[in-house]
Design a protein around this ligand. Structure first.
Ligand code: DC
Length: 204
């Protein structure tokens, strides 16, 4: 699953199916945090750090080396830092095995731009929404976490990130040719999850 509001939708779909979940962005965010804290730089060093990330995700909570680091890992700053380490091919390769190992029975709902390529599956979904709607959702998400959020700043950041995500050289955001595209601008997470579950239940 790729696209806007994917985290909430992933949670609902996984719960309904009784499947495990993977928020693949957390891997890049956690690596960014480790690299900042330990002063790690250079592709090889970052890839080595990626290969020994000690991460555990329980619902929305993220434990890094056994410590709950959810708030910092989910912060906008770490999102920005993650987008930089995510551009390093060695880092992406080092995190691949971790992602594949998460696919255990009874099944996995994974989100992130490259999940449709990493996992061999018939069930791929691309969630779309306007930048304005995504900014509004992000403000609501921050507010729920008791963090301050300025709509205009977040909107500008989303537009800047979209531009760099679609145009960057390594792993640019591409819509998988076999993904179902779902416009979520005017529907909520529950309704989006229902569409996905309906597609999932259909014979191919
Ligand atoms: O989805 P997110 O905001 O948690 O992602 C954080 C950054 O990591 C973002 O710049 C996209 C990048 N990312 C990636 O390159 N590949 C993934 N599978 C997931 C996230």
């Amino acid at each position: 699953m790729t696209g806007s509001g994917k985290g909430t939708v992933r949670g609902i779909v996984a719960k309904k199916l009784g499947f495990n979940q993977l928020d693949s962005g957390v891997l890049y965010r956690a690596l960014a945090l480790v690299s900042i804290r330990k002063g790690i730089s250079g592709s090889q060093n970052l890839a080595a750090a990626a290969a020994c990330l000690h991460l555990k995700m329980v619902d929305h909570t993220v434990f890094l080396d056994g410590v709950d680091e959810t708030v910092i890992i989910r912060s906008d700053e770490m999102g920005k830092a993650a987008s930089i380490v995510a551009q390093i091919p060695e880092v992406r390769a080092a995190l691949r095995g971790f992602q594949l190992s998460m696919r255990t029975l009874p099944g996995l709902v994974a989100d992130g731009r490259d999940q449709g390529e990493i996992f061999d599956t018939r069930h791929r979904f691309f969630l779309e929404a306007s930048a304005e709607i995504r900014a509004k959702r992000r403000v609501e998400q921050f507010t729920r976490m008791d963090l301050s959020a300025d709509y205009e700043t977040i909107l500008a950041e989303i537009n800047r990130r979209d531009e760099s995500d679609f145009t960057r050289k390594v792993s640019p955001l591409k819509i998988h040719p076999r993904a179902w595209r779902i416009d979520t601008s005017n529907i909520n997470a529950e309704e989006t999850a229902e569409i996905i579950l309906a597609h999932y239940g259909k014979p191919f």
